[in-house]
Design a protein around this ligand. Structure first.
Ligand code: SF4
Ligand code: MSK
Length: 675
């Protein structure tokens, strides 16, 4: 081990490993970190407490007359709320401004990822880069009409298929334009159920283009502009929809076209996927543009031979955060861990290179890397680190493979510099990942009756009580993975099928919930029967954070299949982000709410200091969009709030009795409009 430069203050309080995580490998690595005197996020969470006023959402620093802080009086608000900042901004205004600035941050992060994918897609379509090819032309043909791109041409009165390259260029140009077009609204909005589109139009929240909605948030929240929390939220909703039904959805689709649409595959999860006798490369972040190339480079015979020539048995690639999910769902590359395990992967002493792109990357990785031999490599022009031990190799789509090979070689060379003190936790779990709208249709829909019919039938007859989306981050203020796993287990125990993405999906994989076998252990009898019959896990891994758009489209498919109402808000469904921490989670939450989903966050929401604004999100939103926010830190209560909502929707649909009856006959189906 190199000289330790990220020492924990000897007198500082340290995190209790057992209280910090439910995962044995995380506990083991945290103990090792503390033994080696290497500080991690878990220790910092003990020594640094969050600001109480910031937590309430009522600190404004939008001009230099502030920061203005508007704490709630100790005995609550009696009578009129007279709190105001120097300019007169009320608690509601300040809280709403802060909230929608989080949406802007989140939507910008997701959408800029989508933009980079669109730009690379267009370069590939035009033949300006030879490292990327169209892997899924069928998906390209499916999405082209949404952009208004024709897939056929008429020549001398005969209709013919249009040249695929021409279609790809036209789709690429249209997609890139979605970030800045000067008229109309985002093309993909028309993929939503018509009643939802009508609600958005009536509420005046149809997003015009992705960039404009984000910029307008920054303008409206500037000192002295929008001072009506409802009007501020209207803009927050526009930007969130521009993310979910725009930037993220386009990003997901074009990644599928370029890299292949995922289909279920087997892999493992947790730090135990690293191998002591292999070169270990970890990809971390969100954009799969470079990591796709690193997968190809690491699997090439040339690089494997090079690794063997340096004394390794091969190259073990693994991932952290959503870059992990991207390479998992398309190549079966195993995730080494979630967001909170990024420092721990280096603390194994076996990480020869950690390659990071954008989002969710701790700056402290550089300090931890200094304590070991690990090469930390930043690759994105917008995400560099100031520490001098960090190598920057700027990725460029025009020479992507060259960059990837250079990075893999650096990792292999670094293998020879590894210290003797290597400890890789043994824990890892098997998992099936790679689900999506298409594979749910295939596995649960049944090819004979058409899309999603069998899934709907099972929901109507009560074997499946409802659908939950459980997504999002870890948060060092909560016990690592505890809320994710408790909530998911409680949901599947009650026959609610779970769709998961992001770090929540990695957590589910680490704790063995992504296998068909887990159904018999953890599910209620109805869901267990469906999983056993179809051979799927009760928790379906749908990908990364941008792939939450897959959940929106799966919900839309369920609506289209019939029998469960006319809009997403009619479905027996609910959303959850148990351990959220990122601004992206707030953007995701708002686009789920505005798409009609009851969405419950764990930990806490920065709204307590502005009760009127909080009520607007927790109650009034439902009258506008059919979905609303909620927050419940207790994981069991959290799950039961979702289940109560699902049951309420079953009752409204008139299928609450079906859970006793289980089997539906033709007359039942006809009554529900399914025949
Ligand atoms: Fe204070 Fe108003 Fe300035 Fe915010 S904008 S810091 S509330 S004076
Ligand atoms: S990586 S945004 S910690 S899910 Fe998408 Fe995980 Fe949250 Fe980052």
């Amino acid at each position: 081990m190199a000289e330790v430069t990220s020492k924990v203050d000897k007198v500082a309080k340290l995190a209790d490993p057992m209280e910090s995580s439910i995962d044995a490998s995380t506990q083991e690595m945290l103990r090792r970190a503390q033994r080696l005197n290497v500080e991690t996020v878990f220790d910092r969470a003990v020594t640094m407490k969050p600001c109480a006023i910031g937590m309430q959402g009522i600190c404004c620093k939008n001009c230099a007359m502030g920061p203005c802080r508007l704490p709630l009086p100790k005995d609550g608000i009696q009578g009129e709320d007279t709190r105001k900042g120097l300019c007169g901004a009320t608690a509601n205004t300040i809280c709403a401004r802060n909230f929608i600035r989080m949406i802007a941050g989140g939507a910008a992060a997701h959408s800029d990822h989508g933009r980079n994918v669109a730009i690379t897609f267009l370069a590939a379509a035009r033949g300006e880069t030879h490292d990327y090819k169209i892997k899924d032309p069928i998906k390209l043909m499916q999405i082209a009409p949404y952009f208004g791109v024709a897939t056929t041409v008429e020549v001398d009165g005969v209709v013919k298929d249009r040249d695929i390259k021409e279609i790809a260029i036209a789709v690429g140009e249209k997609a890139v334009a979605e970030w800045g077009k000067t008229s109309g609204t985002i093309d993909y909005l028309k993929r939503a159920p018509q009643p939802l589109q009508d609600k958005w139009a009536e509420a005046g929240v149809l997003p015009r283009n992705v960039d404009r909605e984000i910029v307008e948030i920054m303008h409206r929240t500037h000192m002295g502009v929008d001072q009506d929390f409802r009007n501020l939220m209207k803009q927050g909703t526009r930007a969130a929809l521009a993310d979910g039904w725009g930037g993220s959805m386009i990003g997901t689709d074009l990644q599928d076209v370029l890299f292949g649409t995922p289909s279920p595959l087997q892999a493992e999860a947790n730090l135990g996927v690293m191998k002591e006798d292999h070169v270990n490369i970890i990809v971390h972040g969100h954009e799969p543009l470079l990591s796709e190339m690193i997968v190809a480079a690491a699997q090439s015979q040339e690089m494997i031979d090079y690794a063997i020539s340096k004394g390794a048995k091969g190259i073990q690639l693994s991932g952290i955060c959503c870059t992990a999910n991207e390479v998992l769902q398309r190549h079966g590359v195993p995730p080494a861990g979630t967001f909170l395990q990024q420092e721990l992967a280096i603390i194994t002493g076996a990480c020869d290179a950690m390659v990071v792109d954008v989002q969710c990357i701790f700056q402290n990785l550089a300090n931890v890397a200094k304590c070991f031999h690990t090469k930390l490599i930043t690759t994105h022009p917008i995400a560099r680190m100031e520490q001098d031990n960090v190598l920057h190799i700027e990725f460029d789509e025009h020479h992507a493979m060259e960059d990837a090979i250079r990075i893999v070689k650096i990792a292999v060379d670094n293998f020879t510099k590894r210290g003797a003190d290597v400890i890789i936790p043994r824990h890892k779990s098997a998992q099936i990942a790679g689900f999506g709208v298409e594979s749910i249709r295939y596995h649960l829909g049944g090819s004979f009756r058409g899309d999603y019919y069998t899934l709907n039938d099972n929901i109507i007859n009560g074997r499946i009580r409802g659908i939950a989306g459980v997504v999002g981050c870890n948060n060092a203020r909560t016990k690592h993975n505890d809320e994710h796993i408790t909530i998911i287990k409680e949901l599947i125990k009650n026959d609610v099928i779970v769709l998961t993405t992001g770090c929540s999906a990695i957590a589910a994989g680490m704790h063995g919930l992504l296998t068909p076998e887990s159904a018999a252990v953890h599910c209620g009898p109805g869901l267990a029967e469906v999983c056993e019959t179809v051979g799927i896990p009760p928790v379906l891994h749908l990908g990364s954070c941008v792939d939450n758009s897959r959940i929106l489209l799966a919900a839309t498919e369920v609506v289209k299949a019939g029998g469960l109402g006319k809009d997403i808000c009619d479905l027996p469904a609910a959303g959850s982000a148990p351990e959220w921490m990122s601004e992206k989670a707030i953007s995701i939450g708002q686009y789920f709410v505005a798409s009609g989903v009851y969405t419950v966050f764990g930990y806490h929401m920065p709204l307590e200091g502005a009760p009127v604004f909080k009520d607007y999100l927790y109650k009034d939103m439902e009258n506008i969009f059919g979905g609303k926010w909620d927050c419940e830190p207790d994981p069991v209560k959290h799950a039961h709030k979702m289940i109560a909502h699902i049951d309420k929707k079953r009752k409204e649909l008139g299928i609450d009795k079906a859970r006793d009856r289980v089997l539906m006959d033709m007359a039942d189906r006809q009554a529900l409009g399914m025949e």
